[in-house]
Design a protein around this ligand. Structure first.
Ligand code: C2O
Ligand code: CU
Ligand code: CU
Length: 483
């Protein structure tokens, strides 16, 4: 199990022979050299709102001199950033040229369940899945990834994830930075480990089920220690935590203030100034960072304070790391952008009327793992079952869901909705978590206000689950339908 570190050490030293790995953090701080790759931008309108994606295997170099077998959507790894416009009807065909059955879930989209690629919409190798949906929600950054029951963690880990940029003209009207790849930069954060032969290292072990798969290195858009050139001025970063399990506590090395302008489901009422930002698996935040003074800054993460402490099992994975260097380049110019004081009107969530309440307890009985054929991961005492509907909500209704974690912190996610967080661990949530969200990290307890506008049938129920993908695969997931 430790040999992978020798491999990394060898790669770092540019040598081929095994070297003893140094446990010092600096060993993981390689120089920022490679250019940050940008997902290919596909504007759905320019394609007549007909998209074709191929889920396929690829070969990708996460760091110099080593090629790794990966998977991607019409790419070697990850996938395109698909721009879709509010009001448009989008037709998507996804061909499965993987060796296993897959699904494509539109994480964050408010669409009917039959159009979404939940576990019930699996399609086999060689098959093409066709779907159609209307974009009917505010501008935001969403994403898509596989969701086959029991195999989600491995498929995402292998590289299958793409971005969806929903547009309705709001960002343009507000003059936020919006030139893709120049001052509007998507950043997919993931952690990965590598085996001696350069292949992605993934372990099936009870402690991985419990901790989630955590990697030695943090990559941005599939590259370790990349650099991105940016213009002098304001820059928007659309950050997705696409990791299986790891939380990032983001900050810049010079501790500069940045402004959070959007969460999962859209813009916040006003930009929220922050110096550190916690982002859990599945979450997205959009940041505006001021680089008008030139120079450079490094985006870093602190250690994952929510990683389970397991003595020997806790290793360098989940430690602090430097992620990405942003470097101003005066030759890059963009049209004027501003950071307005006010972004959009967003009503504070109204929970005064008597609403139906449900409670979900996220069970993580570590001690019971492996006993009685129990993975230990469940919701309200029941591990996920494809043919069991756990909750029926009434279409068009609003409910308060109380979600409690047991021992670990779990990022709770609901399909087909954008909810509002009423309380987090017994308090009013911080300002940047008060907007539209589909995923929320629950250390102890949360109350969320959810409105169900999309139909979900028995054949294609919606999911709610922990977005630590190993927890989800092990059964911390339930299904709901509308009536
Ligand atoms: Cu991003 Cu049900 O998942
Ligand atoms: Cu989702
Ligand atoms: Cu979990």
């Amino acid at each position: 199990m430790y040999s992978r570190r020798w491999f990394l050490a060898a790669a770092l030293a540019g040598s081929t022979g095994p070297l003893l790995f140094s446990r010092s953090a600096s060993a993981r701080n390689i120089p920022f050299q490679r250019t940050l790759p940008l997902p290919q931008l596909i504007d759905a309108r320019k394609e007549g709102n007909k998209l074709k994606l191929v889920a396929r295997r690829g070969r990708h170099s996460f760091f110099d001199n080593v090629y790794t077998s990966t998977a991607g959507y019409s790419s070697e790894v990850l996938g395109p950033a698909v721009r879709v416009h509010k009001g448009d009807e989008i037709a998507v065909a996804v061909e499965n040229s993987l060796a296993r059955s897959t699904t494509v879930h539109w994480h964050g989209l408010i669409i009917p369940s039959h159009a979404d690629g939940g576990p019930h919409n699996a399609f086999a190798p060689g098959e093409t899945w066709q779907t159609k949906f209307k974009i009917d929600q505010p501008e935001c950054t969403a994403w898509f990834h596989p969701h086959p029951h029991g195999d989600t963690a491995r498929q995402v880990y292998s590289g299958l994830s793409g971005l969806l940029l929903i547009e309705d003209g709001t960002g343009e009207g507000l003059k936020l930075p919006r030139t893709y790849g120049i001052d509007d930069i998507p950043i997919v954060l993931q952690d990965r480990s590598f085996a001696d032969d350069g292949s992605l290292y993934y372990e099936d072990a009870p402690f991985v089920t419990m901790m989630g798969m955590r990697g030695d290195v943090v990559v941005a858009n599939g590259v370790w220690a990349p650099v991105v050139k940016i213009p002098l001025g304001l820059v928007r970063l659309r950050i997705l935590n696409g990791s299986n399990a790891r939380n990032y506590n983001l900050a810049f090395d010079d501790r500069r203030v940045f402004h959070v302008v959007a969460s999962d489901g859209g813009y916040l009422p006003r930009p929220v100034p922050m110096k550190t930002l916690l982002i859990a698996p599945g979450e997205r935040f959009e940041l505006v960072v001021d680089f008008s003074k030139g120079g450079s800054a490094i985006l870093e993460t602190g250690a994952d304070e929510f990683a389970p402490m397991m003595g020997m099992m806790r290793d360098r994975a989940s430690d602090a790391a430097r992620i990405l260097k942003l470097e101003t380049a005066p030759e890059l110019t963009v049209s004027d952008s501003t950071l307005p004081d006010v972004l959009i009107p967003l009503k504070s969530p109204d929970s005064t009327t008597s609403l139906r309440r449900r409670t979900f307890v996220l069970n993580d009985h570590m001690m019971g793992m492996g006993m009685m054929g129990n993975s230990g991961m469940a919701i309200n005492g029941r591990s996920f079952a494809m043919n069991r509907i756990d909750s029926t909500v009434s279409l068009g209704s609003t409910e308060i869901w109380q979600v409690d974690s047991q021992m670990l912190a779990h990022p709770f996610h609901v399909h087909g909705v954008q909810f509002r967080t009423l309380s987090l661990n017994g308090r009013k949530p911080p300002e940047h978590l008060q907007g539209r969200k589909d995923t929320i990290l629950i250390a102890r307890t949360a109350e969320i206000l959810v409105t169900f506008t999309q139909p979900a049938t028995r054949e294609h129920p919606f999911m709610y689950h922990c977005h630590i993908l190993e927890h989800e695969d092990a059964g911390m997931m339930g299904q709901y339908i509308t009536a």
